[in-house]
Design a protein around this ligand. Structure first.
Ligand SMILES: *Cc1c(COP(=O)(O)O)cnc(C)c1O
Length: 306
């Protein structure tokens, strides 16, 4: 499954964008790509219940609920009650008949364990997809993407010096980092944190790479490939500001590409700031558009981009 890479306007560098938002299932995005692998496993091993975790605005939960409905597998979503709001994603989860169970965030882990146990007692075979589609299946999806990028480079006779992306649980970035390692490349892969502080975010990426490559992998080498910054996090997950909202409006007007303030808009703005700060010029830069289009519409309804 391939998505296009298109060049967009930029004064200082050759800037390209890979449109994971245009993946053909359920508004696309990295959660579509990750969960297609999870569902391959669910179907091939004949699991018959899907349980996952995420907030009301979760792109991951939308895709899981959509895939579960498509394959006629009942789906439970455990969701933190602190973030209970109506969003385009939560409306779709309901449309797909997912059962949403709200619980205080401190109780989430216990709730997941209880639900899985209950389902097993009822003789179901439940499959738990970690929040954000984290885990080997999700990581593998973005090693695939790294390889798609390499094919593009060959065809276009271009080498990307940098790849920027919105980094959350770190699985997407881990897949790209593994691409760098197994193909012996040295692209600067820069994760703009959308939620986590530096240490936790970085460690999660390293852990995912080790999980995928095996315990005997070279940790020092892995660390060298992991570039994660929390400098553009503002006040945390979902928190935006006028500059991000202006970025979203400008990119929509100039390129016709939707971004959102939680993930891609924050990361795109962070990338621009990073480029300025480090005086990066005349480089080949790829921005990975990780999707989340329904969140663009939530922002639009709230008049965020005026
Ligand atoms: C989940 C998500 C991310 C973060 O991906 P991780 O693999 O969790 O780091 C980035 N962008 C969008 C649009 C997302 O939905």
């Amino acid at each position: 499954m391939k998505t296009i890479i298109q060049e967009i306007n930029d004064d200082a560098n050759n800037l390209f964008i890979k449109r994971e938002d245009l993946l053909p299932f359920s508004f696309g995005g990295n959660k579509a790509r990750k969960n297609l692998y999870f569902f391959e496993e669910i179907l091939s091993k004949k699991y018959n219940y899907v349980v996952t975790y995420g907030s009301s605005s979760s792109n991951h939960c939308r895709i899981v609920a959509n895939l579960a409905a498509k394959f006629n597998i009942p789906c439970i979503i455990i969701s933190p009650e602190e973030n209970k709001i109506e969003t385009s994603n939560s409306l779709m989860m309901s449309l797909f008949n997912a059962e949403i169970i709200y619980t205080p965030v401190t109780m989430v882990k216990k709730m997941i364990d209880n639900i899985i146990q209950e389902l097993q007692e009822k003789k179901y075979r439940p499959y738990f997809i970690p929040g954000g589609g984290h885990g080997k299946n999700g990581t593998k999806a973005y090693l695939d993407v790294y390889e798609e990028i390499m094919i593009f480079e060959e065809e276009r006779k271009i080498q990307f010096d940098y790849i920027f992306l919105a980094s959350g649980t770190g699985g997407t970035q881990a897949g790209l980092v593994i691409g760098n390692i197994v193909h012996n490349k040295n692209k600067e892969i820069i994760g703009i944190s959308v939620g986590r502080k530096l240490h936790k975010g970085k460690q999660a990426i390293i852990d995912s790479v080790v999980e995928y490559l095996g315990k005997s992998s070279n940790i020092e080498n892995i660390k060298k490939h992991v570039n994660f910054t929390d400098k553009y996090l503002l006040d945390g997950y979902g928190k935006s500001n006028r500059k991000i909202n202006n970025t979203i409006k400008n990119v929509l007007i100039q390129e016709g590409i939707p971004l959102d303030s939680t993930y891609t808009g924050k990361a795109f703005w962070g990338m621009k700031e990073y480029i300025k700060e480090y005086n990066i010029n005349n480089k080949n830069i790829l921005f990975l558009h990780t999707g989340g289009s329904p969140l663009f519409f939530d922002g639009l309804k709230e008049n965020n981009y005026e």
